[in-house]
Write a protein that binds this ligand. Sequence first.
Ligand code: MTE
Length: 297
Amino acid sequence: MAHRWKNDLTHDQVTPETLFWNRRQVMAGLGGTSLAGIAGAAQAETLEPNSWDEITSYNNFYEFGFDKSDPAKYAHKLTIDPWSITIDGMVDNPGDYALSDILSQMTLEERIYRFRCVETWAMVVPWNGFELADLLTLAGVQSDAKYVAFETVYRPEEMRGGRSSIDWPYREGLRLDEAMHPLTLMATGIYGKPMPKQNGAPIRLVVPWKYGFKSIKSIVRITLTDKEPPTTWNMLQPSEYGFYANVNPNVDHPRWSQSQERAIGGGLFAKRKPTLMYNGYDEVASLYQGMDLAENF
Ligand code: MTE
């Protein structure tokens, strides 16, 4: 890793956006290959992150409303301190884990990832976080566990969008091998700053090769199980949103094509680009060997 953040960030240790950009120029001058390594991207391409403003003002967080601008307006009501995550199910060490205790045992690093929403918009986000695998190892995954289920906090008194027809809490899940993959991140920050509430403070999942709805925000529960867990979008509309949700230009959404994507920040037509298989993270292909990806969408 070219650069890591300490997990005890103070205000003068965080990287302001301007310094971040300067550092990136230095990195580019060194050849750029290390950046691709950090991003875990199979393609040696320099990723230009979206701005802080873009990342924190155009959000999906339905607990706070359905407009892209609602989370930035209303998520400030969410209380995030103290925070703990219940880890239960098929683990050796079940319990309520205080987030501060978890963080004291993790090394935070930066991962610059492509982020592709099922709605076809795309960003590049410089996350800070740790590998989910490290947390699961701490909890001690038992040998019969096959899936990991996640739940978002649900507090209707703090979440104005909570009165919709969605069966809260927001739920997501991964197969255990997907959860253990080194690309799968528990993110606690962006641009070296604590995770903004609209982006899923204080801790969220980021699975860069899957559509964004898999990257569940503000996690309070992680359950190891041997059954495929129910997931929010699949429960709402099973014909449109599958359990796997791997980014795939060849499997269209029933109501729109997935062959292209639109870069946020590029204007409506400026930056339409071909969608990349697994969002460019080809190293996960072996997880799906022999699977029919149109069946398992
Ligand atoms: N997590 C919760 N709890 N509630 C949500 O509505 N939306 C998902 C995902 N995680 C969502 C969520 C969707 S559809 C997307 S595209 C991403 O969060 C958006 O993340 P961002 O706002 O940080 O870009």
